[in-house]
Design a protein around this ligand. Structure first.
Ligand SMILES: Nc1ncnc2c1ncn2[C@@H]1O[C@H](COP(=O)(O)OP(=O)(O)OP(=O)(O)O)[C@@H](O)[C@H]1O
Ligand SMILES: [Mg+2]
Length: 266
C-alpha cells in the first residue's frame, strides 16, 4: 500500500474536553514538529500514531492512513508496518559488529546489500561528529552514534515511509544537517522537540498543551525572518558548545574573535 497521507483525528485532552485541533493531515514529504512543555502529551501523541490509535487509547484519538482505518497487517506484521519510532531510550541489544548487523538487516529487506550498508553508514556519519567504526560492536556505540545509526537504518534500509523521532537534539546530532538530509527523502518525519531550530525548520508544528493538540502553526512570513535571525544565535552557541565538548576553556578573546568573524560572514 502506497502511503500518501496520515491524518490525526482529535480526541480529548487530560481534562476530558475535546481537543481544540480536531484534525491534522500530514502528507508524504512533510517534516512536522510536536512542541510543548514537559508533561503536555507529546510522547502520548506519537505513541497514538505508532499504535494507529482508533479511539482505544487514553486520548480517544483516531489515526487514518490515506483517509481510511489502517489495515490490520500494519499492526500484525512488522515488515508491513510503515512506521519506525526512534525513541529517546532505544539501545541496541545486539553485540554484532555494526557492519554485520546492517548486512543482516539489509539482506532481510532484500536490498542491494553492500551499497545500502555503505549508504547507511555514510548517512549516520553525516549526522554525528564522531564517525562510526563499522568493525565495532553495536553495544559499543555512543548514545549519539546509536541514534544516528537508528535514523539512518530506518531511512535507508528499513525504508519506513513514516518516521517518528522523540527528542534527537540531546544526542549530539547535527540538527541542520539532519533536516537537510531528511528533506531528500519522500517520507513523513515527525519530531518531538524542545529545539527551536528543529521546530522552525519544520514544515509546520503542532503545539500541545494539557494533553491536547492546541494549534497547528505554519512558519509563515514574519516568522521566517525571525527564524533566520535566531539561526545566527544558535550558530554562535553551537560553536561554543563544540569548544566546551572538546574540553577547551573559554576566554573573552575567543568570544570577541568569533563574533568579529561571525559579524563579517552574516
Ligand atoms: N489526551 C490525554 N488524555 C489523558 N491523559 C493524557 C493525555 N495526554 C497525555 N496524557 C498523560 O499525561 C502524562 C504526560 O504525557 P506525556 O508523557 O505524553 O508528556 P510529554 O509531553 O511527552 O512530556 P516530556 O516533555 O516530559 O517528555 C502521561 O501520563 C500521559 O498518559
Ligand atoms: Mg515525552
Amino acid at each position: 500500500m502506497e502511503i500518501k497521507k496520515l491524518t490525526i483525528i482529535g480526541g480529548h485532552g487530560k481534562d476530558g474536553q475535546p481537543e481544540p485541533t480536531r484534525e491534522v493531515t500530514l502528507k508524504m514529504g512533510d517534516i512536522v514538529s510536536i512542541v510543548g512543555p514537559t508533561g503536555c502529551g507529546k510522547t502520548t501523541l506519537i505513541n497514538d500514531i505508532e499504535l494507529f490509535a482508533n479511539e482505544n487509547t487514553p486520548s480517544g484519538r483516531k489515526v487514518l492512513i490515506n483517509d481510511g482505518v489502517p489495515p490490520e497487517e500494519f499492526r500484525a506484521d512488522p515488515y508491513k508496518n510503515p512506521i519506525a519510532l526512534i525513541s529517546q531510550h532505544t539501545n541496541f541489544l545486539s553485540d554484532l559488529p555494526v557492519k554485520k548487523f546492517l548486512e543482516v538487516h539489509a539482506r532481510i529487506r532484500k536490498s542491494d546489500v553492500q551499497n545500502v550498508v555503505n549508504e547507511t553508514v555514510e548517512f549516520a556519519n553525516q549526522l554525528t561528529g564522531e564517525p562510526l567504526n563499522v568493525e565495532n560492536s553495536m553495544t559499543e556505540l555512543s548514545g549519539g552514534q546509536t541514534r544516528a545509526l537508528l535514523i539512518a537504518d530506518a531511512v535507508i534500509i528499513g525504508n519506513s515511509p513514516i518516521i517518528l523521532l522523540d527528542e534527537i537534539e540531546n544526542a549530539g546530532i547535527n540538527r541542520t544537517k539532519a533536516l537537510q538530509l531528511l528533506k531528500n527523502y519522500q517520507k513523513i518525519f515527525i519530531f518531538v522537540t524542545h529545539d527551536p531550530r528543529i521546530a522552525l525548520l519544520s514544515d509546520f508544528r503542532i503545539a500541545m498543551g494539557n494533553g491536547a493538540m492546541q494549534k497547528v502553526i505554519l512558519p509563515e512570513n514574519e516568522e521566517k525572518v525571525v527564524a533566520e535571525e535566531l539561526r545566527k544565535f544558535d550558530d554562535v552557541l553551537t560553536h561554543f558548545r563544540d569548544h566546551i565538548r572538546k574540553g577547551d576553556k573559554l576566554d573573552k578573546k575567543m568570544l570577541d574573535e568569533y563574533l568579529a568573524t561571525f559579524a563579517k560572514s552574516v
